[in-house]
Design a protein around this ligand. Structure first.
Ligand code: HEC
Ligand SMILES: [Cu+2]
Length: 357
């Protein structure tokens, strides 16, 4: 006999539900399979991320218990009171004040208990210790700038920190709202134009930690990433000493010198600062003026263009060629324009940029 229209609909519907269920299950498995998930929150590397992790698990297990109790009660009710031959009619009732009070009060109590450590954590994670080391974080479309007020360092894309020390990130934005997020070190926090927001960060051990802008901020939002590199104290001190120096002014006649000349003549200095050991040669973009990353120590940074380049498997040279040839092609909407450089100019520029260690 052909199944009725209703029967066919039911069959299709239950197949669809099964398919969606299977896809969700597979999706969950694939997350478990990612060994090297750079934005995982389950791999805290310091006390602040640990505090969040420490909140997540108890709340998760409370939710699991509630889920099992509620789903179990539904299954038991379905089984015990199913329609079958000779079953008595169940007791018919309307409302049960006792039960209703119970299932209102119990969840309210659970939520109240969870709210206490959660609310405390929200304040603790965003208020800095008074002796923490300050790094100013400035959001730009689409890269993060880092300013070290005590050391007088200005850098971009890679925030270098001493391991085992608390950092107080004092954050703001030059354009739209951004959000700074390094999952291994703390939760997310907004960067708001005209305001200063605080976020404490600490990595217990030396290492590299990935992050991203976590608030939609325009065309290349997905290409606004961040990286924190934690060094032990001696390496950190050496890094600071290095960054405080100016770049070496290239000697005339070298390939590096040609690149430096391109930098001077192609309008790069309108947006990019480069400080030199001979200070009279330094090209400085005024603080607060529109511009791009400081290029004085460009080659000391493991990544550039909003911590997106070079891509995996790509050399710095290839990535730089792509970038200098047409920035908006690499990052849609980029405020670094296509400057119509020749291949020769690009090669020279790369030689100069990569000499700025
Ligand atoms: C109108 C301003 C402007 C001009 C002119 C300009 N740039 Fe840029 N540049 C930027 C901005 C903004 C960024 C950051 C783009 C991003 O990551 O989204 C950038 C990024 C870069 C980067 C990557 C730096 C890093 O650490 O991420 C390099 C290298 C660079 N520019 C070199 C040059 C050179 C060389 C010239 C001249 C040929 C030049 N720029 C001209 C605005 C400019
Ligand atoms: Cu952003």
């Amino acid at each position: 006999m052909m199944p009725s229209r209703m029967g066919r609909f039911r069959q299709r519907f239950s197949r669809l539900v099964a398919l969606i269920g299977a896809l969700l299950l597979l999706g969950a498995c694939s997350l478990i399979g990612i060994e090297d998930a750079p934005l995982t929150t389950f791999d805290p590397a310091g006390p602040f991320a640990e505090q969040i992790d420490g909140l997540f698990w108890p709340v998760f297990w409370i939710a699991v218990v509630v889920f099992i109790l509620v789903q179990g009660a539904i299954l038991v009710a379905i089984f015990l009171f199913r329609d079958r031959e000779g079953a008595k009619e169940a007791k018919q009732l309307h409302g049960s004040p006792k039960l209703e009070v119970l299932w209102t009060v119990v969840p309210a109590l659970i939520l109240a208990v969870i709210a206490v450590p959660t609310t405390a954590a929200v304040f603790e994670l965003t208020g800095c210790d008074s002796d923490a080391m300050v790094i100013e974080v400035i959001g730009h479309q689409w890269w993060f700038e880092y300013h070290y007020p005590d050391a007088g360092i200005d850098t971009a894309n890679v925030m270098v920190v001493p391991a085992g020390k608390e950092i107080c990130a004092k954050m703001t934005s030059e354009d739209v709202i951004h959000n700074f997020w390094i999952p291994a070190l703390n939760g997310k926090r907004y960067l708001v134009p005209g305001q200063t927001t605080l976020l404490r960060l600490q990595a217990d051990e030396p290492g590299e930690f990935s992050g991203a802008c976590a608030e939609f901020c325009g065309l290349s939002h997905s290409l606004m990433r961040a990286r924190v590199v934690a060094l032990d104290q001696a390496d950190y001190d050496a890094w600071v000493a290095d960054q405080q120096k100016g770049a070496t002014l290239p000697a005339e006649g070298s390939d590096v010198y040609d690149g430096y000349q391109v930098f001077l003549s192609k309008g790069c200095t309108q947006c990019h600062t480069a400080r030199f050991d001979d200070e009279s040669a330094s090209q400085i973009v005024a603080e607060g003026a529109f511009g791009g990353p400081d290029l004085t120590h460009f080659a000391s940074r493991g990544t550039f263009a909003g911590a997106t380049l070079p891509e995996e498997g790509e050399t710095r040279e290839v990535a730089l060629k792509r970038w200098l040839a047409n920035p908006p092609n690499v990052k849609p909407g980029s405020f670094m324009p296509n400057l119509a450089l020749t291949e020769q100019e690009i090669d020279s520029l790369i030689a100069w940029l990569e000499s700025n260690t």
